[in-house]
Structures are given as C-alpha cells and as structure tokens.
Design a protein around this ligand. Structure first.
Ligand code: GAL
Length: 455
C-alpha cells in the first residue's frame, strides 16, 4: 500500500461547510438583520406576484440562491483519450456558434489525458507537449473569449484513472496551478486501483478530498469542485462496518456521498460511467432513488455527464434522458461533439423551458411518485409553487397513461393548469384525471401551476 506523503494528523480538519464560504447573490455585504428584512420583503413580493405561493412561504436564505446545477461540456463521453488544444478550441468555437452560453452552458471541461507522462521535477503538472503545445493558460483565455470558462481534471492518487500523473501530495501546488491558468472547474476523480490502495480507510479518502477542496478554494472561492469518487469510500466503510452492534445497512448509499458537500463539493458522481444506451441510462436513473436528501442549493448528486447526441440514442431517448437529468437537478454537462450538432439534438439541449426546471432556485431533486413497471412518474416542486411532472415510458411500446392529482401526491383541493414543455403548449386546466400517450422510451414533461381556488 502506498502511504500519502503527508501527515493526516497535521491537517486542519476544520469543517468548511459550503454555505459558509459562498455568498448568496442577494445578500452580499448585508448584516444578519438586514438579511431577515430582505427575506421578508422578497417573500412578500413573491406572494403578491404569485397567487399560488403556498410553497414560497417556507423558503429560507439558502434556497434563494443562484447556486443551481453547473452547466457545461466535458470531453470524456465523446472523445475519451483523443483530446488536444486544437479540439478544445474547435469545441469552444462550436459552443459559441450554437449560442450554448445563451442557454446557460458555461464550463468546457478537459477530462483525463491532457497531462504529460510525468510531473515536472518540482511536482507541478505539465500538459502533454504534443497535444497541448502551448500549455493550458492560453487555452483558458481562448475559451473565455468565446464566452465560456475552462475546466480541468485530476485525481487524488498518484495516477489518474487513465494512468497519468496526478495530484497526491501536491494538492496546494496543483490547485494554485489550476487557478493561475484560469480554470474555473476541477473534476477530481478517484479510482482506487490506481495506487493499489484497496485498503484505504473511508476517512483517508475523504481527507484527501478535503485537503484539495480547501486548496482550491483558497485560490478561488468560486471554483466548481466536482467530486468524482463514485462511492468507493462508502464501500470501504461497509466492508469495515462493525458487526456488533451492527450499523444499519439501509442508509448505505446516502452515507457513501454524505461527506461530499462538507469537503466543498458542488457536485459528486453517484455512479460508475454512463454509456450512450437506453439500458445504462435507466440503470443510472434507478441509482438516484433515495439520494434526493443530499441535493440542495450548491450541492448536487451527479448521475454523470449527458450522452444526448451520442451513440445510437433515438430522438425520444435523447429527449427523455435530458428531461430526466433536468428534473433530477443533475449538473448538465454535455458530452457530445459541439463542433457539429444535429438540429434535433440542438433543440433538445437548448429547450429553455426544460432547462428552467433544472436551474430552478429551489434546487429540489425530483422524486419518483408512481411506478407500475413500464410507467414511472417523477415530480419536482419549483420555486414559484409550480410542479414539474415527468411521465416516463420505459417499455417497448406506446402507452396511454391516466393519473389523478392524488396519485402524484398533490393536493386534490387545488386546481391546476398544465403546460407541455416539449410541445410548448398550454393544455388548460388539469381535470380530475390527466391523460397522456407516451411513446416507447419517451416522456411527457409538464409544468403544472396551481390556480388559487379550491374546488
Ligand atoms: C473515470 C470517470 C470518467 C472519466 C475517466 C477518465 O473514472 O468516471 O468520467 O473521467 O475516468 O479516465
């Protein structure tokens, strides 16, 4: 086993809760009393403008926050190891040409395999001189000129998941390098087999993330720290779980990720790698169940980068995948080739009404409220009191679906208007029952708004 070249004991273990060091946009520079008055005024205004404001009255400071899921692009899903500065520039040009910044996409992230074969003698990271001949800083500048921010990748091991030199023991140096280069997003990816360290303790893995998170923030408090640890630490803890008295296994999945926000993670990967197949997307969807409790402003479960536009996914599958990630409050990291985006794919990834569900300031992850095998229904409460309803057909044939307000867990005394977010069409008042017909591997995505009168 390789020991980390630093003493864990000497580390500052002060918990650095995410919300303590990030300021909400409304309250920067205001006193606590002032914040309370502002909250009351804002909530009052919300109630005046929003007749169905029953949900808004319980909103706290943190919920009125701009910290919605990060949006951007990552090189791995489509390009894997075939990346270069030339490609990233072309991607930035494509993102600009397709006006992806107007839809909310911000970070263009270089994943693994940008590094040279070895660290510099002083322990700093070097870019591969053939594929990134000018280094990273000019690339970050180029990306910024296109209207985006550059993101980068490393690992808390000796080697990255693809076997390139990584950050273990050089956390401060690498964090400073990334900040100096102008990177605004860092994906930090753990593969235990990269150091033959299957026997690391849960605490050690978390500590490594904490050290790097603190180093990143000390250089740039607004950097996005994207944890990609995939629950290994939780598995280690489970293996070592005391048998007597037993620790309840029930919260296993939650325990696997509960530390990520505390070490400064804005998002954390909850699964192994996605693939552009319907089966894999459904498998990952199932793995999100129960993790809703971890999601909130500035803190997001990450079911992996999008595969929209990749492989053989059909138009309906692309639309369903994108809709599900939006209501799950997942980071929206595109994974397709942005140099050339087919029209139908572009329409999916830039549907503003659907993206608005994802970027809703309440930051609630959708819950599954109905499941009869092929048909599943997810609901996501929104900041203004509306509710997103996503009806998914996982089955091989078109299905007619009928459901009542009670069946999706809503108040039957309230009337609702419904809007179809893919057809961009108001459907009028939601009657006793809602009827829709959903094609195989497709969704119906609704935004329903309470009308303030009781039946
Ligand atoms: C995996 C990770 C992928 C990608 C890859 C690069 O561990 O889950 O998203 O980053 O490593 O080597």
């Amino acid at each position: 086993m390789v020991m980390p070249p630093y003493s864990l004991k000497r580390m500052d273990k002060t918990k650095n809760s995410f919300f303590n060091h990030r300021k909400t946009f409304l309250y920067t520079g205001t006193s606590n009393n002032m914040k309370k008055y502002l909250t009351i005024i804002i909530l009052g205004l919300i109630c005046i403008f929003n007749l169905g404001c029953s949900q808004a009255t319980s909103i706290t400071d943190e919920q009125i926050s701009p910290q919605t899921p990060p949006m951007g692009w990552n090189s791995w899903n489509h390009f894997k190891r075939k990346i270069s500065a030339k490609l990233v520039k072309e991607i930035a040009d494509g993102a600009k040409r397709h006006k992806l910044n107007e839809a909310g996409y911000k970070y263009l992230v270089i994943d693994d395999v940008w590094q040279a074969d070895a660290l510099n003698p002083d322990g700093t990271l070097a870019a591969n001189p053939e594929t990134f001949p000018d280094g990273i800083a000019p690339l970050a500048e180029y990306v910024r000129q296109c209207g985006f921010e550059l993101g980068i990748y490393s690992s808390p091991n000796l080697f990255t998941c693809a076997g390139y030199p990584a950050t273990l023991g050089f956390e401060e140096k690498h964090a400073k390098q990334f900040a100096d280069w102008g990177c605004k997003f860092v994906k930090y990816d753990f593969c235990p087999n990269r150091n033959d360290e299957y026997h690391l303790s849960y605490e050690t893995v978390i500590e490594r993330y904490r050290v790097f998170g603190e180093a990143l923030r000390s250089n740039d408090p607004d950097i996005i720290f994207a944890i990609c640890e995939k629950g290994f630490a939780g598995k280690i803890r489970d293996r070592n779980r005391p048998k007597n008295p037993p620790v309840p296994p029930l919260d296993k999945r939650i325990r696997a990720f509960v530390w990520c926000k505390d070490v400064g993670g804005v998002m954390w990967r909850t699964t192994m790698d996605i693939k552009p197949t319907w089966e894999k997307i459904m498998q990952i969807l199932d793995q999100q169940e129960g993790l809703e409790v971890l999601c909130g402003p500035g803190a997001f479960n990450d079911p992996d980068m999008l595969e929209v536009g990749n492989g053989d996914l059909t138009l309906t599958e692309n639309r369903a995948h994108f809709s599900l990630w939006c209501v799950l409050n997942a980071p929206l990291m595109l994974g397709n080739d942005l140099r050339d985006i087919p029209k139908n794919v572009l329409k999916v990834i830039t549907n503003k009404e659907v993206i608005a569900l994802n970027q809703d300031p309440l930051c609630v992850q959708a819950k599954k409220v109905f499941d009869n095998g092929d048909i599943e229904i997810f609901t996501k409460p929104l900041f203004n009191g509306d509710i997103a309803v996503c009806v998914l057909n996982r089955g091989p044939a078109r299905k007619n679906v009928t459901f009542s307000i009670e069946q999706i867990g809503l108040d039957s005394k309230t009337n609702y208007n419904a809007r179809d977010l893919w057809r961009h069409k108001d459907l009028g008042q939601f009657q006793e029952k809602f009827k829709t017909s959903v094609r195989s591997h497709d969704i119906t995505l609704l935004r329903i708004s309470p009308i303030n009168k009781t039946k």
